[in-house]
Ligand binder design. Structure first.
Ligand SMILES: NC(=O)c1ccc[n+]([C@@H]2O[C@H](COP(=O)([O-])OP(=O)(O)OC[C@H]3O[C@@H](n4cnc5c(N)ncnc54)[C@H](OP(=O)(O)O)[C@@H]3O)[C@@H](O)[C@H]2O)c1
Length: 324
Protein backbone atom coordinates (compact mmCIF):
# COMPACT_ATOMS: atom_id res chain seq x y z
CA UNK A 1 0.00 0.00 0.00
CA UNK A 2 2.84 2.37 0.92
CA UNK A 3 4.32 1.93 -2.54
CA UNK A 4 1.34 3.55 -4.29
CA UNK A 5 2.40 7.17 -3.62
CA UNK A 6 5.90 6.38 -4.91
CA UNK A 7 4.42 4.89 -8.06
CA UNK A 8 2.37 8.02 -8.61
CA UNK A 9 5.44 10.15 -7.99
CA UNK A 10 7.35 8.20 -10.62
CA UNK A 11 4.48 8.47 -13.11
CA UNK A 12 4.24 12.21 -12.38
CA UNK A 13 7.99 12.71 -12.88
CA UNK A 14 7.87 10.68 -16.11
CA UNK A 15 4.94 12.70 -17.42
CA UNK A 16 6.78 15.91 -16.50
CA UNK A 17 9.86 14.70 -18.34
CA UNK A 18 7.86 13.68 -21.43
CA UNK A 19 6.15 17.06 -21.41
CA UNK A 20 9.56 18.76 -21.33
CA UNK A 21 10.69 16.65 -24.33
CA UNK A 22 7.47 17.52 -26.19
CA UNK A 23 8.00 21.25 -25.49
CA UNK A 24 11.46 21.13 -27.12
CA UNK A 25 9.57 21.37 -30.43
CA UNK A 26 10.47 20.57 -34.03
CA UNK A 27 14.05 19.78 -35.04
CA UNK A 28 15.92 20.15 -38.30
CA UNK A 29 17.08 16.59 -38.91
CA UNK A 30 18.62 16.81 -42.39
CA UNK A 31 22.42 16.62 -42.80
CA UNK A 32 22.49 19.65 -45.12
CA UNK A 33 26.02 20.95 -45.50
CA UNK A 34 26.83 24.63 -45.13
CA UNK A 35 30.33 24.24 -46.59
CA UNK A 36 31.26 27.24 -48.74
CA UNK A 37 28.41 29.38 -47.37
CA UNK A 38 29.18 32.79 -45.88
CA UNK A 39 26.77 33.67 -43.10
CA UNK A 40 26.16 36.67 -40.84
CA UNK A 41 24.37 36.12 -37.52
CA UNK A 42 23.48 39.26 -35.56
CA UNK A 43 23.47 39.06 -31.75
CA UNK A 44 25.63 35.94 -31.85
CA UNK A 45 27.48 36.09 -28.52
CA UNK A 46 24.73 34.38 -26.53
CA UNK A 47 21.32 32.69 -26.67
CA UNK A 48 19.79 31.48 -29.92
CA UNK A 49 22.31 33.40 -32.03
CA UNK A 50 25.30 31.65 -30.46
CA UNK A 51 23.73 28.20 -30.96
CA UNK A 52 22.91 29.12 -34.56
CA UNK A 53 26.59 29.91 -35.16
CA UNK A 54 27.59 26.62 -33.50
CA UNK A 55 25.29 24.55 -35.73
CA UNK A 56 26.25 26.37 -38.95
CA UNK A 57 29.96 26.16 -38.13
CA UNK A 58 29.62 22.41 -37.45
CA UNK A 59 28.16 22.13 -40.93
CA UNK A 60 31.18 23.92 -42.42
CA UNK A 61 29.99 27.51 -42.93
CA UNK A 62 32.13 30.61 -42.63
CA UNK A 63 30.27 32.57 -39.98
CA UNK A 64 30.47 36.23 -38.99
CA UNK A 65 29.27 36.95 -35.48
CA UNK A 66 27.88 40.50 -35.54
CA UNK A 67 28.00 41.65 -31.92
CA UNK A 68 27.88 44.90 -29.99
CA UNK A 69 30.15 43.74 -27.13
CA UNK A 70 33.42 42.51 -28.60
CA UNK A 71 34.67 41.04 -25.30
CA UNK A 72 31.61 38.78 -25.00
CA UNK A 73 31.85 38.08 -28.74
CA UNK A 74 35.48 36.95 -28.51
CA UNK A 75 34.78 34.68 -25.52
CA UNK A 76 31.90 33.03 -27.40
CA UNK A 77 33.93 32.82 -30.62
CA UNK A 78 36.82 31.01 -28.91
CA UNK A 79 34.40 28.53 -27.33
CA UNK A 80 32.68 27.91 -30.67
CA UNK A 81 35.96 27.42 -32.57
CA UNK A 82 37.09 24.89 -29.96
CA UNK A 83 33.79 23.04 -30.02
CA UNK A 84 33.28 22.94 -33.80
CA UNK A 85 36.92 22.72 -34.95
CA UNK A 86 35.95 25.36 -37.53
CA UNK A 87 38.36 28.28 -37.56
CA UNK A 88 36.21 30.25 -39.97
CA UNK A 89 34.22 31.92 -37.23
CA UNK A 90 34.84 35.66 -37.06
CA UNK A 91 33.65 38.50 -34.88
CA UNK A 92 32.76 41.94 -36.27
CA UNK A 93 31.44 44.86 -34.23
CA UNK A 94 27.79 45.74 -34.85
CA UNK A 95 25.59 47.86 -32.61
CA UNK A 96 22.09 47.83 -34.07
CA UNK A 97 21.22 50.81 -31.87
CA UNK A 98 23.54 52.98 -33.95
CA UNK A 99 23.17 53.78 -37.64
CA UNK A 100 26.84 54.76 -37.74
CA UNK A 101 27.85 51.34 -36.39
CA UNK A 102 25.57 49.58 -38.91
CA UNK A 103 27.15 51.53 -41.77
CA UNK A 104 30.65 50.70 -40.48
CA UNK A 105 29.76 47.02 -40.09
CA UNK A 106 28.50 46.79 -43.70
CA UNK A 107 31.63 48.56 -45.00
CA UNK A 108 33.93 46.30 -42.97
CA UNK A 109 32.10 43.16 -44.03
CA UNK A 110 32.31 44.09 -47.71
CA UNK A 111 36.07 44.52 -47.32
CA UNK A 112 36.32 41.04 -45.78
CA UNK A 113 34.00 39.08 -48.07
CA UNK A 114 32.82 39.34 -51.66
CA UNK A 115 29.74 37.17 -51.04
CA UNK A 116 26.96 36.68 -48.52
CA UNK A 117 24.81 33.55 -48.70
CA UNK A 118 22.75 33.83 -45.52
CA UNK A 119 21.91 36.85 -43.38
CA UNK A 120 20.33 35.95 -40.04
CA UNK A 121 18.67 38.91 -38.32
CA UNK A 122 18.67 37.36 -34.86
CA UNK A 123 19.62 40.08 -32.34
CA UNK A 124 16.84 41.33 -30.14
CA UNK A 125 15.92 43.16 -27.00
CA UNK A 126 12.74 42.51 -25.04
CA UNK A 127 10.57 44.60 -22.74
CA UNK A 128 13.29 46.98 -21.59
CA UNK A 129 12.46 50.23 -19.78
CA UNK A 130 11.95 53.18 -22.14
CA UNK A 131 15.30 53.95 -23.79
CA UNK A 132 16.34 55.41 -27.10
CA UNK A 133 19.02 54.37 -29.56
CA UNK A 134 21.97 56.60 -30.46
CA UNK A 135 19.73 57.92 -33.25
CA UNK A 136 16.80 58.73 -30.99
CA UNK A 137 14.53 55.79 -31.91
CA UNK A 138 12.75 53.91 -29.11
CA UNK A 139 15.13 51.00 -28.34
CA UNK A 140 12.97 47.92 -29.12
CA UNK A 141 11.69 49.10 -32.49
CA UNK A 142 15.12 50.69 -33.11
CA UNK A 143 17.15 47.49 -32.58
CA UNK A 144 14.66 44.75 -33.43
CA UNK A 145 13.31 46.37 -36.59
CA UNK A 146 14.95 49.62 -37.77
CA UNK A 147 18.54 48.47 -37.18
CA UNK A 148 17.95 45.22 -39.07
CA UNK A 149 15.98 47.08 -41.78
CA UNK A 150 18.99 49.30 -42.48
CA UNK A 151 21.53 46.46 -42.19
CA UNK A 152 19.59 44.27 -44.63
CA UNK A 153 19.27 47.08 -47.17
CA UNK A 154 23.02 47.77 -46.98
CA UNK A 155 23.76 44.08 -47.67
CA UNK A 156 21.14 43.47 -50.38
CA UNK A 157 23.56 44.06 -53.27
CA UNK A 158 25.86 41.34 -51.93
CA UNK A 159 22.97 38.94 -51.27
CA UNK A 160 21.72 39.46 -54.83
CA UNK A 161 25.20 38.91 -56.23
CA UNK A 162 25.48 35.66 -54.22
CA UNK A 163 22.00 34.33 -55.12
CA UNK A 164 20.50 31.88 -54.41
CA UNK A 165 20.78 33.43 -50.96
CA UNK A 166 18.57 33.76 -47.91
CA UNK A 167 17.53 36.25 -45.25
CA UNK A 168 16.13 34.86 -42.00
CA UNK A 169 14.31 37.21 -39.62
CA UNK A 170 13.68 36.23 -36.00
CA UNK A 171 10.25 37.40 -34.95
CA UNK A 172 8.13 35.86 -32.19
CA UNK A 173 4.77 34.42 -31.30
CA UNK A 174 4.59 37.59 -29.19
CA UNK A 175 3.60 39.32 -32.44
CA UNK A 176 0.10 38.00 -31.71
CA UNK A 177 -0.06 39.71 -28.33
CA UNK A 178 0.22 43.36 -29.08
CA UNK A 179 -1.11 46.03 -31.36
CA UNK A 180 0.94 47.44 -34.21
CA UNK A 181 1.42 51.08 -33.18
CA UNK A 182 1.06 52.77 -36.55
CA UNK A 183 0.00 56.06 -34.95
CA UNK A 184 2.82 56.10 -32.41
CA UNK A 185 5.45 54.08 -34.25
CA UNK A 186 8.39 55.24 -32.09
CA UNK A 187 6.37 55.19 -28.82
CA UNK A 188 6.81 58.93 -28.29
CA UNK A 189 3.38 59.24 -26.64
CA UNK A 190 2.96 56.03 -24.67
CA UNK A 191 5.18 53.12 -23.72
CA UNK A 192 4.30 49.65 -22.47
CA UNK A 193 7.47 47.48 -22.54
CA UNK A 194 5.90 44.15 -23.50
CA UNK A 195 3.38 45.65 -25.94
CA UNK A 196 6.19 47.52 -27.68
CA UNK A 197 8.15 44.25 -27.92
CA UNK A 198 5.12 42.73 -29.69
CA UNK A 199 4.92 45.84 -31.91
CA UNK A 200 8.56 45.33 -32.93
CA UNK A 201 7.97 41.62 -33.61
CA UNK A 202 4.98 42.43 -35.86
CA UNK A 203 7.32 44.83 -37.67
CA UNK A 204 9.77 41.93 -38.23
CA UNK A 205 7.10 39.86 -40.02
CA UNK A 206 5.73 42.80 -42.01
CA UNK A 207 9.29 43.67 -43.08
CA UNK A 208 9.92 40.10 -44.33
CA UNK A 209 6.50 40.11 -46.04
CA UNK A 210 7.21 43.32 -47.98
CA UNK A 211 10.85 42.47 -48.72
CA UNK A 212 9.84 39.09 -50.16
CA UNK A 213 7.70 40.96 -52.71
CA UNK A 214 10.50 43.37 -53.53
CA UNK A 215 12.92 40.47 -54.04
CA UNK A 216 10.73 38.49 -56.44
CA UNK A 217 12.83 37.21 -59.35
CA UNK A 218 16.17 37.78 -57.58
CA UNK A 219 16.57 34.29 -56.04
CA UNK A 220 17.05 35.98 -52.68
CA UNK A 221 14.43 34.68 -50.25
CA UNK A 222 13.35 36.15 -46.92
CA UNK A 223 11.36 34.38 -44.24
CA UNK A 224 10.51 35.13 -40.61
CA UNK A 225 10.06 32.78 -37.69
CA UNK A 226 9.22 32.14 -34.07
CA UNK A 227 12.06 30.14 -32.44
CA UNK A 228 9.88 28.85 -29.58
CA UNK A 229 9.98 29.90 -25.96
CA UNK A 230 13.67 29.53 -25.24
CA UNK A 231 15.93 29.71 -22.16
CA UNK A 232 18.16 32.65 -23.02
CA UNK A 233 19.11 36.08 -21.73
CA UNK A 234 16.14 37.70 -23.45
CA UNK A 235 14.31 38.23 -20.14
CA UNK A 236 17.23 40.17 -18.66
CA UNK A 237 14.99 43.22 -18.03
CA UNK A 238 12.37 41.19 -16.17
CA UNK A 239 12.40 42.32 -12.51
CA UNK A 240 11.39 38.88 -11.15
CA UNK A 241 14.10 37.01 -13.03
CA UNK A 242 16.69 39.45 -11.71
CA UNK A 243 15.95 38.84 -8.03
CA UNK A 244 18.16 35.89 -6.91
CA UNK A 245 15.60 33.91 -4.84
CA UNK A 246 12.67 34.59 -7.15
CA UNK A 247 14.84 33.73 -10.13
CA UNK A 248 15.58 30.20 -8.77
CA UNK A 249 11.85 29.60 -8.26
CA UNK A 250 11.05 31.01 -11.71
CA UNK A 251 13.78 28.85 -13.29
CA UNK A 252 12.30 25.73 -11.69
CA UNK A 253 8.78 26.60 -12.78
CA UNK A 254 9.71 27.40 -16.36
CA UNK A 255 11.95 24.30 -16.82
CA UNK A 256 9.31 22.06 -18.44
CA UNK A 257 8.02 24.80 -20.73
CA UNK A 258 11.20 26.31 -22.20
CA UNK A 259 13.31 25.03 -25.07
CA UNK A 260 17.07 24.76 -24.62
CA UNK A 261 19.03 27.22 -26.77
CA UNK A 262 20.23 24.51 -29.23
CA UNK A 263 16.59 23.52 -29.74
CA UNK A 264 15.67 27.21 -30.00
CA UNK A 265 18.05 27.50 -32.96
CA UNK A 266 16.45 24.65 -34.93
CA UNK A 267 13.87 26.69 -36.87
CA UNK A 268 16.57 29.21 -37.81
CA UNK A 269 18.78 26.40 -39.16
CA UNK A 270 15.80 24.99 -41.05
CA UNK A 271 14.99 28.39 -42.62
CA UNK A 272 18.66 28.99 -43.44
CA UNK A 273 19.51 25.60 -44.95
CA UNK A 274 16.61 23.34 -45.91
CA UNK A 275 16.93 22.69 -49.67
CA UNK A 276 13.13 22.35 -49.86
CA UNK A 277 12.85 26.07 -49.05
CA UNK A 278 14.95 27.29 -51.97
CA UNK A 279 11.97 29.04 -53.59
CA UNK A 280 9.97 29.73 -50.42
CA UNK A 281 9.83 33.41 -49.49
CA UNK A 282 7.58 35.61 -47.37
CA UNK A 283 6.63 32.68 -45.11
CA UNK A 284 6.56 32.54 -41.31
CA UNK A 285 7.83 29.40 -39.58
CA UNK A 286 7.63 27.84 -36.14
CA UNK A 287 8.93 24.44 -35.05
CA UNK A 288 10.50 23.87 -38.47
CA UNK A 289 7.27 24.24 -40.40
CA UNK A 290 5.17 27.03 -41.89
CA UNK A 291 2.72 28.69 -39.50
CA UNK A 292 -0.01 31.26 -40.00
CA UNK A 293 0.55 34.76 -38.60
CA UNK A 294 -2.10 37.17 -37.38
CA UNK A 295 -3.94 39.08 -40.09
CA UNK A 296 -2.18 42.32 -39.02
CA UNK A 297 1.23 40.75 -39.66
CA UNK A 298 0.26 39.83 -43.23
CA UNK A 299 -1.49 43.08 -44.12
CA UNK A 300 -0.06 44.18 -47.49
CA UNK A 301 -0.88 47.87 -47.03
CA UNK A 302 0.60 47.97 -43.52
CA UNK A 303 3.75 46.22 -44.75
CA UNK A 304 4.13 48.87 -47.47
CA UNK A 305 3.51 51.64 -44.95
CA UNK A 306 6.13 50.19 -42.59
CA UNK A 307 8.70 49.98 -45.37
CA UNK A 308 8.15 53.62 -46.39
CA UNK A 309 8.14 54.89 -42.81
CA UNK A 310 11.32 52.96 -41.93
CA UNK A 311 13.01 54.24 -45.07
CA UNK A 312 11.96 57.82 -44.26
CA UNK A 313 13.25 57.63 -40.67
CA UNK A 314 16.59 56.11 -41.67
CA UNK A 315 17.15 58.59 -44.51
CA UNK A 316 16.30 61.51 -42.24
CA UNK A 317 18.85 60.34 -39.70
CA UNK A 318 21.50 59.62 -42.36
CA UNK A 319 21.06 63.19 -43.62
CA UNK A 320 21.45 64.54 -40.05
CA UNK A 321 24.60 62.48 -39.63
CA UNK A 322 25.76 63.67 -43.05
CA UNK A 323 26.36 60.03 -44.04
CA UNK A 324 24.30 60.09 -47.25
N1 LIG B 1 14.09 33.46 -26.13
C1 LIG B 1 12.86 33.36 -26.56
O1 LIG B 1 12.01 32.72 -25.90
C2 LIG B 1 12.42 34.01 -27.85
C3 LIG B 1 11.08 33.84 -28.26
C4 LIG B 1 10.67 34.44 -29.44
C5 LIG B 1 11.56 35.19 -30.18
N2 LIG B 1 12.86 35.35 -29.78
C6 LIG B 1 13.76 36.17 -30.59
O2 LIG B 1 14.98 35.47 -30.80
C7 LIG B 1 16.04 36.40 -31.00
C8 LIG B 1 17.25 36.00 -30.15
O3 LIG B 1 16.88 36.15 -28.79
P1 LIG B 1 17.53 35.32 -27.59
O4 LIG B 1 16.41 34.63 -26.91
O5 LIG B 1 18.69 34.54 -28.04
O6 LIG B 1 17.97 36.54 -26.64
P2 LIG B 1 19.36 36.89 -25.92
O7 LIG B 1 19.93 35.67 -25.29
O8 LIG B 1 19.05 38.05 -25.05
O9 LIG B 1 20.30 37.33 -27.13
C9 LIG B 1 20.05 38.53 -27.81
C10 LIG B 1 21.27 38.92 -28.60
O10 LIG B 1 20.99 40.19 -29.23
C11 LIG B 1 22.08 41.06 -28.96
N3 LIG B 1 21.72 42.46 -29.02
C12 LIG B 1 20.86 43.16 -28.24
N4 LIG B 1 20.89 44.46 -28.56
C13 LIG B 1 21.78 44.60 -29.57
C14 LIG B 1 22.27 45.69 -30.30
N5 LIG B 1 21.90 46.94 -30.05
N6 LIG B 1 23.18 45.46 -31.29
C15 LIG B 1 23.62 44.21 -31.54
N7 LIG B 1 23.22 43.14 -30.86
C16 LIG B 1 22.31 43.33 -29.87
C17 LIG B 1 22.55 40.66 -27.56
O11 LIG B 1 23.86 41.17 -27.32
P3 LIG B 1 24.35 41.46 -25.78
O12 LIG B 1 24.57 40.12 -25.14
O13 LIG B 1 25.58 42.26 -25.95
O14 LIG B 1 23.24 42.23 -25.14
C18 LIG B 1 22.51 39.15 -27.70
O15 LIG B 1 23.65 38.69 -28.38
C19 LIG B 1 15.47 37.79 -30.67
O16 LIG B 1 15.18 38.46 -31.88
C20 LIG B 1 14.19 37.48 -29.92
O17 LIG B 1 13.23 38.48 -30.08
C21 LIG B 1 13.31 34.77 -28.62
Amino acid sequence: MEQIPYAWLLIGAGAFWLFRIYMQGGKYRKNTTALGKVVIVTGANTGIGKETVRELAKRGATVYMACRDMKKCEEARQELIKDTCNKNIHGVKLDLASIKSIEEFADNFKKLESRLDILINNAGIMACPYMVTEDGFEMQIGVNHLGHFHLTNLLLDLLKKSAPSRIVVLSSLAHAMGPFKKNDFLSEHSYNPSKVYSHSKIANILFAHELAKRLQGTKVTVNSLHPGVVESELMRYNSIINKPILSSIANGLKWPFFKTTPNGAQTTIYAALDPDLEFVSGTYFSDCQPKKTTSVARDDELAKWLWNESDRLIKLRLAQLDLK
